[in-house]
Design a binder for this molecule. Structure first.
Ligand code: SF4
Length: 332
């Protein structure tokens, strides 16, 4: 865990870029991003008494990025984004932030001082990457994510809003240079320009945030990615410096790092709910889960076993899933 201090106002240029992203429709169905703009740009209003924001990053990888790169190559493997293989990060990161904030209070207590605080991680209208950038926790890469020279980008961000009047750290410089790897490697070519993502084409959006059908023209590009996508990070040269997590919470559960598409497609809705209890994946629901795996099966090497599994599932599937199964059968 590494912490730096950000100022409590989002800088004007970042505000304009975010407004442009929304106006261009790049947020797709994520209409919640249009709400609470005042809070987004003046985050201290989320917690009165806030005088500084401690931006914290916490690595989540439980194994080297080469292992993830290898899994992308096996069309029968169900690829789950590396951040979602273990326990739901919302709970884990929040607990760690609470411990950290309490530890600060213990130190302060020896001087008869106390901070008032509140912790957040991906749970409020907060521009986390921008705050981390302002705090010097890294720079915003061309893939729009925070990159750190010593840690790459495969970490969660969290914040402690504190009443302590801490002086902000200095922002760091950009180090993408002439590299364009993330833009070139993106399977759906979702980057409009460097630093600008059209989420409607992003596989993470299509498989997690998108409640409806996956556009037909993008399905074959999704490959075996059934929940999220790591490509713009896995192939970023800075991620050779990515760190492994010290927490067991992010260790893969339910063999999500080693299951085939067919194994996961065979889960009933009850199994889905039981096995993914405490996983961030549970949130997308069984229909989206099956929709995503059906697309993966359509992209897998043709086999009788896949055709049979798709045909077997078809009669009991919802219209959304059935349409994706029919597409997959056409590819097989
Ligand atoms: S892949 Fe290259 S351009 Fe993209 S974020 Fe990493 S360093 Fe920057």
């Amino acid at each position: 865990m590494e912490a730096k201090i950000s100022s409590i106002i989002i800088d004007q240029q970042a505000q304009s870029k975010f407004a442009e992203f929304l106006n261009n429709g790049y947020a797709g169905e994520m209409t919640y991003l249009k709400n609470n703009q005042n809070l987004r740009y003046h985050p201290a209003e989320l917690h009165p008494t806030t005088l500084a924001i401690i931006s914290v990053k916490m690595p989540y990888l439980s194994e080297n990025i080469n292992c993830h790169q290898q899994r992308l190559k096996d069309s029968n493997h169900a690829y789950v984004s590396s951040y979602a293989l273990g326990r739901d990060y919302h709970k884990v990161v929040k607990q760690q932030l609470q411990k950290y904030a309490q530890w600060i209070n213990q130190l302060l207590a020896t001087h008869q001082l106390e901070q008032n605080y509140r912790v957040f991680t991906d749970s409020a209208p907060i521009m986390e990457v921008q705050l981390a950038t302002q705090a010097g926790n890294g720079w915003r890469g061309k893939n729009t994510l925070l990159i750190n020279k010593n840690h790459g980008s495969m970490f969660f961000l969290g914040e402690i809003f504190t009443s302590l009047p801490l002086p902000p750290d200095e922002a760091t410089t950009q180090h993408c240079g002439s590299c364009q790897k993330c833009l070139e490697i993106c399977p759906t070519q979702a980057f409009v320009t460097p630093y600008v993502l059209d989420a409607r084409k992003c596989i993470a959006y299509l498989t997690i945030e998108n409640p409806g059908a996956i556009p037909v023209e993008l399905r074959s590009k999704i490959g075996n990615r059934i929940y999220g996508c790591d490509d713009c990070q896995l192939f970023c040269p800075w991620n050779k410096f990515s760190q492994l997590s010290q927490l067991n919470d992010f260790t893969p559960r339910n063999q999500l790092d080693s299951s085939s598409l067919l194994e996961l497609f065979a889960w009933s809705e009850t199994e889905f709910k039981q096995r993914l209890q405490g996983s961030p994946i549970l949130r997308i629901g069984y229909q989206a889960w099956q929709r995503n795996i059906a697309v993966g099966l359509g992209n897998a090497a043709p086999s009788n076993a896949i055709r049979q599994a798709l045909e077997l599932a078809l009669p009991n599937s919802s219209p959304l899933v059935a349409e994706h199964i029919l597409w997959a059968l056409e590819q097989q």
